[in-house]
Design a binder for this molecule. Sequence first.
Ligand code: CLF
Ligand code: SF4
Length: 518
Amino acid sequence: MSKLLQLHDFGAPGAKSFEALRAGAAQSGCSTTGGNGKSGCGSAAGQGDLPPEIWEKVKNHPCYSEQAHHHFARMHVAVAPACNIQCNYCNRKYDCANESRPGVVSEKLTPEQAARKVIAVASTIPQMTVLGIAGPGDALANPAKTFKTFELVTATAPDIKLCLSTNGLMLPDYVEQIAAMNVDHVTITINMIDPEIGAQIYPWIFYNHRRFTGVEASKILSERQLLGLEMLTARGILVKVNSVMIPGINDRHLIEVNKAVKSRGAFLHNIMPLISEPEHGTVFGLEGRRGPSAQELKALQDDCEGEMNMMRHCRQCRADAVGLLGEDRSAEFTTDKVMEMEVEYDLAARQAYQAKVEAERDAIALAKQRELATLADETATIKIQVAIATKGGGVINEHFGHAHEFQIYEVSTAGAKFIGHRRVDLYCEGGYASETGIEPILKALNDCTAVLVAKIGLCPKDSLAGAGIEAVEDYAFEYIEQSVIAYFKDYLARVGKSEIRHVARGDADIRQGAFVAS
Ligand code: CLF
Ligand code: SF4
């Protein structure tokens, strides 16, 4: 009952909540505020950068806060199989590619199975704070299943944040229900605001019992998406906009999309790379349309960042993902396993764990600010990128050979900023170097000056050095951002003493190819 009251208090349409959202969205300005290490930009925005009511909503959401993604986990339940549009980067044999890597198939669940799974995961993983419904089709093309799942979960686990992802076609019809169910986070995939461009992305939509094609289809879709966005933000619901960057079709147009969604109060913009391989059987894959390179993606995100908060830590999760972003524990929670699990929902234990994480997070932020303060008199204009091997927790705690991905930070005298991740095949498989060898990893890290790891063998260390990338173990088990800044300080000192020469790095690959669960 009290939950219901809270919900109506907040869900009431009102200028105040809309203004707060605008304030949050406009936070970015993308300028680091001098030497105190506080970034006012992007999903990197922290407690002091956001209005308190917004901070409360994002602080434990791994997608809406870059800081949170080191500590808090999300899970998806694949209860929404149907879709009402066709995207040219999607093959409907697989999960919705608006939030998933192509080529991934999730185990579909009923709402009852899904609710049991959520409670089982929440009992096992106390840092799991968010339940998302992101397919495998479209959440709002399956409204009964989506809302039934939310209802069942809320009844048992009222502390879990509810999140949904949609292509937006049916969104205006369900905004009231979304608000009434206390869903505070909605993602809309918006790839265009110009139907002529849309016609190159969407061959058809199914709306009002009719199939529409071409420009007409994209016009309807775009109008519905933008209307839905306005309706949500007017109710104080945080909206993230996902856009797939499709070189040659919408890459430069996404700057216009960014302006359009910002002006309608979107909180966050997540520009994701097109991933299109012929084996995925999508239209774009079969016609050989390439995805962007790492630096092309970064340049577009940088161009948009002055306009609003940008998300750069998306992992394009599967529709049944479980765990921290970048890890996937879904295999531990198959329906068979969940049915056999003894489940006890211990709210107090979850809250205690989360309080511990909060304290750790504060320590990390303080360490970062202290380290940055030591650069206050530095005048160098150099900017470098550094790769990190981590299992999570905001710490450099992964061996080079065991890393499924590297997190990438850009660092300058203004501070260290997360700018993305690079997924790789394991270098080390059961004590042996992998078949693919180190080449793909060198390509993935080619724009980085160094890689900071918990441990690395001599062989890969030499290969990295040969490619101009320094492998560094000195910061093993230290906080990431503090270490990145400390490494940068040391780097500048060595450049200053002419021990090394600063060299501008090239571009890097965003991984295509086979996609695995993790
Ligand atoms: Fe899931 Fe999406 Fe909610 Fe996150 S994912 S429904 S907002 S809880 Fe996150 Fe995954 Fe990227 Fe999505 S990393 S694909 S943005
Ligand atoms: Fe595929 Fe998602 Fe597009 Fe539907 S909305 S066609 S499931 S990518």
